[in-house]
Every structure is written in structure tokens, then in C-alpha cells.
Design a protein around this ligand. Structure first.
Ligand code: ZN
Length: 288
């Protein structure tokens, strides 16, 4: 599933390729993608005549801002956008087509069919699902060390599922949580209330730096990218643990372990990311 860096990249690319284009008509061939309004005909009729101004990210959602409307799009597993000439053959799994007045067409393709689209009056989108209850943006100013500790510090559940929960912090998924926890030297099963102050500091810094570097590299997962401009996600080459089972840990050389934490496949280094009990024993041993 695309996470913050990938959705940020798709949003920026959509702005590049579609800003200024006016929608002439919309064709929906898989009605269940359209969540609001519920009738695809009403969705299409509402969008006709409106011009795209920009696309921005909120969490893992894309907000396509038009004059007088906002389209909130979630790519879920495999949704992707592409710009085509309207006459080009329509690829399999294309479910929504936005025909522009200039003869081009923005096409939404989704093999898994889990993606969603919601249409709102401007501003209304933040007060209603799916954006209403989203947590802090980890690259925003409000995401301070104090805010992170305030949100999670007293929780007695494991840190990994807490970081995946979009009600606390948005945008992090399986890839970047594993990466951030490795950079911070934290075992994914550590309960939040047992993290030490230096671990919170490292975690806060590593969440930001991991995401910033991934945004810079255009993300990791190339599947959700718009064709043309977008195919250049490079961060998969910089991943330290995710997808690297049995490969040597970049920190210590021990093989990366893959296990399941909170129902999710999880990559980490047993040696660089010790559980609190192991940390304590190591500290005792070194102080002797
Ligand atoms: Zn290691």
C-alpha cells in the first residue's frame, strides 16, 4: 500500500500533469469506487465543468482541489492515476475516467478495486469521513517530540501498531514504520510506556528523517505512480530492513529477521533493536 512518501509523490505529480485542466465529463465503470455522492451519475454530473487547481496529500489520501469542489481519493492497495489522450485504448482495470476539455483524460486504474473517491464542498472534507479523524502529519510543525510522547507515551500497547494507527499519526505504513523503528533502535514489540526518553528522541527524529528522505527520493513503491513523470521512485534501494529478510543488517551485520507483529509482517534486527529486558541486561553488563 502506498504510504506518505508515495502519496506525496502522486499528489505532486497530479498537480504537475492536471492542474489547469477542466473536466468535460466523467465515466465511472466500477460504481463502488465512488463513495460520495453514492450515485456515480451524481458524482459525474457534479464534476463536469470544474477545473483542477492542485492536488495535495492528507495522510495517505489525495485531495484533488477543483474550483468549488474537493475530490478525496485513496489508492488503497494498488490504485493509480495516469494521463492519456482520450483516444488511447483503455487499459484493463480502469474504473474512472476524467475527460478534459483539451482532449486528454485522467484515468484511475485499480486492479484490487479497494480504492475510494469522495466528493465534497471545499472545507467540508475535513469535518467528515474519511479525513475527519486523522491524526498528526509527521512532517508538519505540530509533530514535535512532546506531541509524539503526549499521544503515545502512556499507552501499554506495542509501538509498531500504535505508529500504524492513522488516528494518532498519519502516513506511516508497514514499510516506513519498520524503517523508522530500526533507525531508532527500537524493538517493534516494545510497549510505548516502556520507551526511554532517548528512545522517544530517536524515534521522533527517525520518523521525520526516514519520511523526508523517502519523499526526496520519490517514494519506494512504484505501483501507485502516474505513468510518465512518476516512475522514478528510488527509495526502495535505501530501505534498511523492509523486504530484506536474512540480508545483513546495515548497522551490525546480523541477519534481518522477519516476524509478525500485530498481524503485520515485520522486519527488524534482533541485535540493534533489543527488547527492554535485553537493553537492561546489556546496560548492567556494561556497567560492571
Ligand atoms: Zn543490526
Amino acid at each position: 500500500m502506498p504510504e506518505l512518501p508515495e502519496v506525496e509523490t502522486v499528489s505532486r505529480t497530479l498537480t504537475l500533469i492536471a492542474a489547469g485542466k477542466t473536466i468535460e465529463s466523467v465515466v465511472v465503470t466500477l460504481p463502488r469506487i465512488i463513495q460520495r455522492p453514492q450515485e456515480p451519475e451524481a458524482f459525474a454530473a457534479a464534476l463536469a465543468g470544474h477545473t483542477i487547481q492542485k492536488a495535495e496529500r492528507r495522510g495517505k489520501f489525495i485531495r484533488i482541489v477543483l474550483d468549488g469542489l474537493v475530490l478525496v481519493s485513496h489508492l488503497r492497495m494498488e490504485g493509480r492515476y495516469g494521463l492519456y489522450d482520450a483516444g488511447e485504448p483503455v487499459a484493463k482495470h480502469t474504473h474512472v475516467r476524467f475527460r478534459f476539455t483539451d482532449g486528454t483524460e485522467l484515468r484511475y486504474q485499480d486492479v484490487r478495486q479497494f480504492g475510494t473517491m469522495h466528493l465534497f464542498e471545499p472545507g467540508e472534507e475535513f469535518a467528515r469521513p474519511p479525513l475527519a479523524k486523522l491524526g498528526l502529519e509527521p512532517l508538519g510543525e505540530a509533530f514535535t517530540l512532546e506531541a509524539l510522547r503526549g499521544l503515545l507515551g502512556k499507552r501499554t500497547t506495542m509501538i509498531k501498531p500504535l505508529l500504524l494507527n492513522q488516528a494518532y499519526i498519519v502516513g506511516l505504513g508497514n514499510i516506513y514504520v519498520d524503517e523508522a523503528l530500526h533507525s531508532a533502535g527500537i524493538h517493534p514489540e516494545t510497549t510505548a510506556d516502556r520507551l526511554k526518553p532517548d528512545q522517544w528522541r530517536k524515534l521522533h527524529a527517525s520518523i521525520r528523517s526516514t519520511l523526508e528522505r523517502a519523499v526526496e527520493a520519490g517514494g519506494s513503491s512504484i505501483k501507485s505512480y502516474v505513468n510518465g513523470q512518476g516512475d522514478a521512485g528510488r527509495f526502495q534501494h535505501e530501505l534498511l530492513v523492509y523486504g530484506r529478510k536474512n540480508e545483513p543488517c546495515p548497522g551490525c551485520g546480523a541477519p534481518i529477521v522477519k516476524t509478525v507483529v500485530g498481524g503485520r509482517g515485520t522486519h527488524f534486527c534482533v541485535s540493534c533493536q533489543p527488547l527492554p529486558s535485553v537493553r537492561r541486561k546489556r546496560a548492567e553488563a556494561s556497567s560492571r
